[in-house]
Structures are given as C-alpha cells and as structure tokens.
Ligand binder design. Sequence first.
Ligand code: LLP
Length: 387
Amino acid sequence: MKTTLPLERFKQLRTPFYYYDTRILRETLKVISDEMRALGNCEVHYAVKANANPKLLPIISSYGLGADCVSGGEIEAALKSGFPADKIVFAGVGKADWEINLALDNDIFCFNVESVPELEIINELAASKGKTASVAFRINPDVGAHTHANITTGLAENKFGINMDDMEGIIARAMALDHVHFVGLHFHIGSQILDLDADFLPLCERINALQDQLESRGVRVENINVGGGLGVDYDHPEQHLIPDFKAYMSMFAKHLQLRPWQTLHFEPGRSIVAQCGSLISRVLYVKQSANKQFAIIDAGMTELIRPALYQAHHFIENLTSNEETEIYDVVGPICESSDLFGRDERLPRVRRGDLIALRSSGAYGEAMASTYNCRALPKSYILEDLI
Ligand code: LLP
C-alpha cells in the first residue's frame, strides 16, 4: 500500500492544512480488528487525544473500537461519533465534577482512577445519582520506557497512577464504598515505544506479579488494561505505514498470565492515526545566510508542535520539485527559535510556492494545534474530500 497524495488538488488549496489518507487509516483499522478477533477476549479503545477530528472518529468507531477519553470534551466527541458508551474508558489525574457527572449520566464502561480522593468523589457523585460507577485503578508500575522523557509516564516520579504499594489499600477502600465497583487494573508506561521486549516485557512481568499478589488476598480482577504506547516509524513512513499490531498484541497475550475470565484492553492512539496524516505546507521564502540556507514554510509549531516540544522529527518531503538536492533548515513563521522542523535537510531544490509535506503527522498534530500568534487553527481534508 502507498499513500495517496492528491497533488493537483493540494495545489488549489490554501495552506497549511492537514490531509488524511483514509485508505491507510481503514487498512490500519482492518489489521487491528483482525488481530482483536484472532486474540479473543480483548478490546481496543482508541486514544482520542491522538486525533479527535470529527471526520476520522466515525471511521474509527465503525471498526468496533472503543474510546479512551481524558476529558468531558473527548467523551462528548466519542459519543457523537458512534463509539458505544459501554466501550468508553475515562482516564486522567484531574477529572472535574462535571466530567465525572457526564460519564455517569452516559453509563460509560469504566473510570480509570488515579487517586483515593478521586475515588471518593466518584463514589459521592454516583451516590447522588443512585448509580454505581465501575472503576479500574491506574497503577504506576515503575517501569521506564525508552522514549522521550516528556512522554514517559510509568516511573514512580511521574504524576500518573497509584503507587504499587498503595494498590491493595485503594482496592480495599473501593470495596468498602457502596457506589463504586472495582473492575480492573490499568497501566500505561509511555508513548512511541519501538522496542517491545525492552519496555513491554518488564510491564508484563510486573502485572503478573501484581495479579498474583491480589489473588493471594482473594481479589478477583476482571480486566487488565495495558494502555497504549506502540510507536511508529517517523523516519521511513512509506515503508512502515501500518505498525506491527500482531507482534504488539500477541506479545501481551503470550507474556501476561491472563486468567480465563479476564479481558485484555489496549489503548493505542499514535499507532492508529500517525501514518495516515500529513501536514501540507507551502514554501514562503528561501533565505540565504552566511553559512545556511533556510526554507521558510507557512506551517509552524502552531500546527505541529512535536518538533519544538519533544525534538521529534517528521519526514519532510518536497512534493513539487525533482531538481538536484540541496541542504536546508526547514523552519516555520512563528516568532520562536524552536519553530524548526528539520536541520540540514537534504531536499530537491526548494523554490517559493513549493508544496512541502510533513509526514506521519496524524497523531498529536492537529490535536495539539494552537492559535499562538493569532493564527487560525489548521483546516483538514480527508482523501474523500479531494477525489
Ligand atoms: N493511554 C493513556 C493512559 C495515555 O496517557 C496515552 C497517551 C495513550 C493511552 C495513547 O498512547 P499512544 O498509543 O498514542 O502512545 N503528545 C505526545 C504523546 C503523548 C501521549 C500521552 N498519553 C507526542 O506527540 O508524542
């Protein structure tokens, strides 16, 4: 499979904009749903934070996925796009009362709870509605992921989850409360993880040990949620358009000691949407300085903040030039030195008006866009809009 980039249509459009190849997205979703079926007893909740575009969400829900939400807004977006309430999980360290009420009113599958005070508020709000909330506890497994420090979440020093030593206490607390029902354990160690053995194996081992510990105390765990985190190939997007979901999902099935009654849950975000998206931009100016050549494009960190925030690199393609290559720093128009997409990029000779694609931008691109410098939020098109 190859990405379709409708260049003639791109030329007619005002830049910058996000473009999503829905054929790639659908193929990715087909692979995941096939793997889900092959594995049995498992559910996949798409992490809406990666991309909540209203044209993409209904496609994702149509493949039978649930949704992993971290705000009331995401719950509303998921429900509107056809995700069934009983496949919605609600995570986050700071759930506001209105968000908890919204989740209770819609009878979502489960709250992924991150602290005792949060548990007590959920219990109180559920009681006032005469309901019982299903809760899973997000346990901080103290397993480090070999990824950027800003997207590592499973270390004891991170703000996420409940310390392993406090796990039994909070489960006991939940059992003593009348309006919450303990249904499982939740984990998430980080994002953009490529070495499955180095990062996910220790997680499996930790989960196995915690399960044994709970079982010896007579606690039955119905659901194990291992979060998201599977990475994508940002350097060679076209060679790896669809991440290896088989290797990823079957490694958990193989290494976790799942009990026959348990359901395994996943929360992938990036691996579903990253490769179908590109940020399309035009070259405004080519500027020469003493020892550098800058390609100044009309997209900036306002549209794609990942390079500025995580020193991420997105593959840069000049879609409209076949000339000899030259070396450029590719930068945006925003008044920040960190507004830089690539240093010393070798690109076919760049001229004003050329179209530049920043590839693998479907995840955490549009979703993290801002209006800094009074810029408009980027428009977006899917393949069907342009053919
Ligand atoms: N579940 C939980 C509890 C999470 O915190 C996250 C991501 C996911 C699932 C989905 O993870 P994924 O499969 O996408 O790795 N903005 C950053 C990534 C932040 C990830 C936050 N949590 C980036 O652009 O790299």
